[in-house]
Ligand binder design. Structure first.
Ligand code: SIN
Length: 326
């Protein structure tokens, strides 16, 4: 028998993929983060007598990094998770990392890892919309698919695999609260699909070149991270909370603007005042497709082309990187 000389390490963080409900018929009322990553992996191998052929040369190892509902994800856990990724990826025998995570904030974690983990090897995140004991749980298949994708990828990148789809961390968003296929990569579209263990990459998909913004070892402790909030433009949006946030010590503000990043006049004035008080302001769009195209009406930086939640992660890292260089 051929030696399995490469390893894929599966890091568990909780989420619905590790969730349990009262009965196998209850898919909406459940508790996330109940099952350990080793239990989840055993249920995947138990449900399928054979692993996909793509895994023939790989051993699987696992580590429980966290056990949480991802709505409670925090900076401390991010730093720990990124460190565990870097720890494993620096080992010659480790070819890739797979992370199980709740769907609610998985896109933020994926984007964060893409910015701070410097490796030539891939990270693949996966999740589930139904708890692990549900009669038609989607977690086992999603994890199996994520492992196949991790085994097949050559090179760096942070990806999300769910519902037979392969998304890039830069573009993916959760777009539906309950649907089994809850993710979308907007105008960029999917990187690929996986069905019955067969991966089909989209020929037109071009991986974005990611220049990681900050070295992981340079990140300060979670308690020292700057305070960055997201505010939204909408009809009659009040400027009062901006002034209150500045007064309370906010260091960065991301505006989920309307359309191409527009902001009502009063809100804009309060943001200009915030900028004078050295608060960093970035503009994104509340539209869930497309990116803001910067123009002369934008008085704040609108260049990232990221969703509001990812713009916030980018701004957090930007502020911390500036603090490092001072
Ligand atoms: C979570 O995000 O941890 C709970 C919801 C989910 O995984 O679908």
């Amino acid at each position: 028998m051929q030696a399995k000389n490469q390893k894929i390490v599966v890091l568990g963080t909780g989420g619905t993929i590790a969730g349990e409900s009262q009965s196998a018929n209850e898919g909406l009322r459940y508790k996330a983060a109940q099952r350990s990553i080793s239990d989840i992996l055993s249920s995947v191998s138990g449900a399928h007598a054979q692993w996909p052929a793509a895994l023939d040369n790989f051993q699987l190892a696992s580590e429980q990094v966290a056990q949480m509902d991802s709505k409670d994800m925090d900076f401390g856990t991010w730093i720990h998770l990124a460190n565990r990724c870097e720890h494993w990826l620096t080992k010659d025998e480790v070819a890739a990392i797979v992370i199980t995570h709740g769907t609610d904030t998985i896109e933020e974690t994926a984007y964060f890892l893409s910015q701070v983990v410097h490796s030539a090897k891939p990270i693949v995140l996966t999740c589930a919309m139904r708890p692990a004991n549900f009669k038609d749980a989607d977690g086992p298949q999603n994890l199996r698919d994520a492992l196949s994708v991790a085994a097949s990828l050559r090179g760096s990148g942070t990806w999300l695999v769910a519902a037979g789809e392969i998304h890039h961390s830069q573009f993916v968003q959760k777009v539906h609260p309950t649907r089994l296929n809850a993710f979308d990569s907007g105008e960029t579209g999917l990187a690929g699909r996986i069905q019955s263990d067969h991966i089909e990459w989209q020929e037109t998909f071009v991986s974005p070149s990611i220049k990681p913004s900050m070295a992981l070892r340079q990140l300060p402790d979670a308690a020292q991270w700057p305070w960055v909030e997201i505010v939204m433009n909408h009809v009659n949006a009040s400027p009062l909370h901006i002034d209150a946030l500045v007064h309370a010590g906010v260091k960065g503000l991301v505006v989920a603007g309307t359309g191409n990043g527009s902001i009502n006049s009063k809100l804009k004035e309060s943001l200009l005042r915030a900028q004078v008080s050295e608060v960093e302001v970035r503009v994104s769009t509340r539209c869930n497709q497309g990116a803001v195209i910067p123009n002369e009406n934008h008085q704040f930086d609108a260049t990232g082309g990221l969703s509001p939640v990812k713009t916030r992660v980018a701004l957090l890292l930007d502020i911390m990187s500036k603090q490092q260089s001072h």
